[in-house]
Design a protein around this ligand. Structure first.
Ligand code: GLU
Length: 439
């Protein structure tokens, strides 16, 4: 069975970059009829916060990305300790004592000599006495001993990958303070939870190389890997600094519709065009990870609004009935109100503006050269309530009286009655008017 996972650290809010990872893993699991696990990578006790874990769940629920179960790394520390013991027994784990400053110095020296900054394995050469002496001064951290060979896999997005293990530092798996690090925790979880497919950002490619060796050392089955490209801003600029402003909850707050966001993310960076989907089933149907490319993917949050507008345009009243009624729209007007506004809003919040215009009367938009004409026309406007014929009979009468016609007739009248340049069919709009323009 296909099993995927989305493994955020609960140290902040999810943003569009994380969403890509979550969505791809969710789509793969759902398409295969498999399982999708939400795994909280919370081994960092300082930075992990329960409120972020709750926020992650809330954001995924908003998007309709449901999970089959939740796993937390903090409750599996004994499993990681057992794996560390196995690696020790196999001679693949060694203790090191360099401080961060010493490591930094080593790296700088290597770079100055034109060498790659790969850890020199000094820890491996320490005698038992030297280690005991060092241990008395400071706690040791533990590194995995890589085998210096090429590590290869066929990546679901990047294709054939081959990394020389000798070009990578032996990864630290356990810190001096005993904190288990992501690299080993993730491997143990992926192996023990039977994860078959791992999709994550291309910033993890080197991790994957080392993780493959750790999985093999632990006797596990290596999953299929796919690394999606990282998102950039519309100009190709790095998005990392701006991701804070692209939190999923901010987009929700701004009125972006879940299916607009998912439709964009399910296609952006692939060779298929972005298509607005009206259900999760359609998203699943149209997804194919092999269509994605390695090039950085440009993301522009502005693209979400036309998609949101199109999504709303297609919605039946049922989907918004609660909000329409909360605005105070009487139930008998709900259907015609929705039909009039849905093609003229970008987000749901825009409905309120239209109801205000209909209910309280518009703040008219009148160009100075139309002032007299509008005064004349409004004087000819019949008493409320209006019906389906009011617009045509009134404009015909105004035309006869003033001689204006076409755009010169209709545009100023629209602007006076709605307070806006653009909007619904006026014949449909007038029967909903509860008040004349506020002059
Ligand atoms: N917690 C890791 C991250 O957010 C998970 C990476 C992975 O998918 O293995 O980067």
């Amino acid at each position: 069975m296909t099993v995927t996972r989305f493994a955020p650290s609960p140290t902040g809010y999810l943003h569009v970059g994380n969403l890509r990872t979550a969505l791809f893993n969710w789509l793969i699991a759902r398409k295969a009829g498999g399982q999708f696990i939400l795994r909280l990578d919370d081994t960092d006790p300082e930075r992990s916060k329960p409120e972020y874990a709750d926020a992650i769940k809330e954001d995924l629920e908003w998007l309709g990305l449901d999970w089959d179960r939740v796993e937390t790394q903090s409750s599996r520390l004994d499993r990681y300790a057992a794996a560390a013991d196995t690696l020790r027994e196999k001679g693949r784990f060694y203790e090191c004592f360099e401080t961060p400053t010493e490591l930094d110095l080593k790296r700088k020296k290597q770079l100055n000599m034109g060498k790659p900054p790969v850890y020199d394995r000094a820890g491996l050469a320490l005698s038992a006495e030297e280690k005991a002496a060092l241990r008395a001064e400071r706690p040791g951290h533990w590194r995995f001993l890589l085998e210096h060979e090429r590590i290869e896999w066929v990546d679901g997005i990047l294709g054939d990958i081959s990394i020389d293990a000798a070009s990578v530092s032996d990864p630290v798996l356990i810190r001096g303070d005993g904190q288990v690090l992501y690299t080993i925790a993730s491997v143990v979880d992926d192996t023990e939870m039977g994860i078959t497919d791992v999709v994550r950002g291309s910033d993890h490619v080197t991790n994957t190389a080392t993780q493959i060796q750790i999985i093999e050392a632990l006797g596990g089955v290596v999953p299929r890997f796919a690394h999606h490209s990282l998102l950039t801003g519309p100009q190709g600029e790095a998005l990392s600094k701006r991701l804070g402003t692209l939190a999923l909850r901010d987009l929700r707050e701004k009125g972006v519709e879940p299916l607009a966001l998912l439709s964009l993310m399910a296609r952006l960076g692939s060779s298929d065009p972005v298509e607005l989907r009206s259900s999760h089933a359609e998203l699943i149907e149209g997804f194919d990870i092999s269509r994605f490319g390695a090039a950085p993917t440009k993301f522009d949050a502005e693209d979400l609004y036309p998609l949101t507008a199109r999504y709303l345009h297609e919605l039946p009243l049922d989907a918004v009935a609660g909000e329409v009624s909360e605005l105070g729209v009487p139930s008998e007007l709900a259907e015609p109100f929705w039909n009039v506004v849905r093609a003229n809003i970008t987000t749901r919040a825009d409905m309120a503006g239209w109801w205000d215009v209909l209910h309280n009367g518009a703040e008219p938009l009148i160009d100075p050269e139309d002032a007299e004409f509008i005064e004349q026309a409004l004087a000819m406007l019949p008493e409320l309530p209006f019906d389906q014929t009011t617009w045509s009979s009134w404009t015909a009468a105004v035309k006869a009286e003033t001689g204006r016609k076409g755009k010169g007739l209709f545009m100023p009248l629209r602007k006076a009655l709605t307070g806006r340049q653009r909007g619904p069919e006026m014949a449909d709009f007038l029967p909903l008017m509860q008040a004349k323009p506020r002059l």
